[in-house]
Unconditional design. Structure first.
Length: 374
C-alpha cells in the first residue's frame, strides 16, 4: 500500500600538563611550599558494552595511586565511595609528582570517546544546550562530587547553527551507566524550506527539492536556481514563499509527482528522475524500499546511503497520515535524524526506525518507506 502524503585519543603528558596548569592558574593560588601531591591522568571506562570512556586528570597525594591501576572503589582520602561495577572503572594512565597541596582533589575532564563510532570529542559543556564550550570540565572537589557534564557530538560541525540544542550535548556521569551516543553519520548543508502556501501538502516536493539542492551543490549546477540555494532561511523566518524560483520548482515537481494536495510514494522517484532528465542529467536513478516489508534490510539501505554521504527521502506515518522527510543522519542504536520540511524548528528530529506501530503525533511516527535517489 502506498502512503498518501497530506499535509580516548592518547594525548601526550606534556600538552595535558600545560592545559592543567593554565586551568589551575585561574582557580587556585597555592603557596608552592608543599609538593606532596601528584597529578594523575585517568580514563573512565563504562561497563555497559558501549565502549565509551572519558579522559581526565586529578590531583591526589603522591603514592596513593599508581599507573595501570584499576579503581572500582575510591580511596578513603578521596571519599571512599564504591563505584558500581555495572557502571565502570577508572584506569590510571600516567602520574607526575611535585604539586602543591592546594590542588588536592581537583579534577578536570578533557575529552570523551564514543566506542560505537570511534570518535573523540574535546568540546565539553557544563549544561545541556550550552553553546559556549569549556576547554575542560572542572570538578572542584572530587571527594564529594561525581564527574558529570555534557559533550558536543563531533559529527556535527560547529557552524551548523540549525542542530537543535537538545541534541548538541550528550550527558555523561561516573554515577550513571548511560553513555553518549554520537551520530554515526550526519549530512550537512541541507536547505530548510517549508511548503509554499500555494502548494499545501507538498511535503514530497519539498523533500525532493532538498535532495536536488544537495546534488546541485555537488556540481550538478542547473538542478535548481541559484537564488534560493543561496537565500536559505535564517533565524528570522521560514521564507517558504521567497524567492519565487523556489515556489516555481515546487510547482514543477508537483506536476511531475502528480500532486493533488498530496503525493503518493510511488510517484516521488519517477518524478525526480523525470525532472533531472529535463535538466540534462540522465545518470540519476532511484530505488524504492517498502520498509514495513523488511525493516532490517531497509535500515541497511538507509545507513549505506548516509555512509556514502547521500540524503534519503524517508516517508513516515502517524495518526494524521503520511509525511515525506529527508533523512540526514543516524545513530547506531536505530535512531535516525530527519528534516521534517516544516521550517527551522523541525530540521533535526529523531525517529525510531525500530518502531513497528505508530501513535497519534509525529513524535511517535513509524518509518513506512524510503526513496534512495542517486
Amino acid at each position: 500500500m502506498a502512503a498518501n502524503h497530506r499535509g580516548p585519543r592518547p594525548v601526550n603528558g606534556f600538552s595535558l600538563v600545560v592545559v592543567a596548569l593554565m586551568l589551575l592558574a585561574s582557580t587556585v593560588s597555592p603557596s608552592f611550599g608543599d609538593t606532596s601531591l601528584s597529578l594523575y591522568y585517568f580514563s573512565y571506562y563504562y561497563n555497559d558494552g558501549s565502549g565509551d570512556s572519558y579522559y581526565g586528570l586529578v590531583f591526589a597525594p603522591t603514592g596513593m595511586l599508581y599507573v595501570s591501576e584499576r579503581l572500582y572503589t575510591q580511596p578513603e582520602s578521596m571519599g571512599g565511595q564504591k563505584l558500581s561495577e555495572s557502571f565502570g572503572y577508572y584506569y590510571i594512565t600516567a602520574a607526575y609528582s611535585g604539586y602543591d597541596s592546594a590542588y588536592d582533589a581537583m579534577e578536570y575532564i578533557l575529552s570523551y570517546y564514543d566506542g560505537d563510532t570511534g570518535k573523540t570529542s574535546y568540546t565539553l559543556h557544563s549544561g545541556s544546550g550550552e553553546k559556549t564550550a569549556n576547554t575542560a570540565l572542572t570538578v572542584a572537589n572530587r571527594r564529594y562530587t561525581a564527574e558529570s557534564g555534557y559533550v558536543y557530538d563531533p559529527s556535527v560541525p560547529d557552524n551548523d547553527a540549525y542542530f537543535g540544542d537538545a541534541d548538541v550535548c550528550y550527558s555523561f556521569s561516573s554515577s550513571d551507566d548511560t553513555g553518549n551516543n554520537f551520530l554515526a553519520a550526519y549530512i550537512t548543508d541541507l536547505p530548510y524550506w517549508d511548503q509554499p502556501s500555494s502548494y499545501p501538502g507538498s511535503c514530497s516536493e519539498v523533500a525532493g527539492a532538498t535532495l536536488l539542492s544537495y546534488w546541485d551543490s555537488l556540481g550538478y549546477s542547473n538542478l535548481i536556481s541559484t537564488d534560493w540555494q543561496t537565500l536559505w532561511p535564517d533565524n528570522s523566518g521560514y521564507y517558504q514563499d521567497s524567492p519565487a524560483s523556489y515556489v516555481t520548482l515546487i510547482g514543477t515537481l508537483a506536476t511531475g509527482m502528480n500532486w493533488d494536495y498530496g503525493t503518493y510514494s510511488s510517484d516521488i522517484g519517477p518524478g525526480l528522475q523525470t525532472y533531472a532528465r529535463s535538466q540534462g542529467y540522465t545518470n540519476f536513478a532511484y530505488s524504492y524500499y517498502y520498509v514495513s516489508g523488511s525493516r532490517s534490510s531497509g535500515y541497511d539501505a538507509y545507513t549505506a546511503a548516509l555512509d556514502a554521504g547521500r540524503p534519503v527521502i524517508v516517508d513516515l506515518v502517524w495518526g494524521e497520515g503520511g509525511h515525506s522527510t529527508v533523512g540526514r543522519g543516524y545513530w547506531n542504536d536505530g535512531q535516525i535524524l530527519v528534516d521534517f520540511g516544516w521550517g527551522l524548528d523541525y530540521t533535526n528530529q529523531k525517529v525510531d526506525w525500530k518502531r513497528t506501530s505508530y501513535g497519534s503525533s509525529y513524535s511517535e511516527a513509524m518509518v513506512y518507506d524510503l526513496i534512495y535517489f542517486y
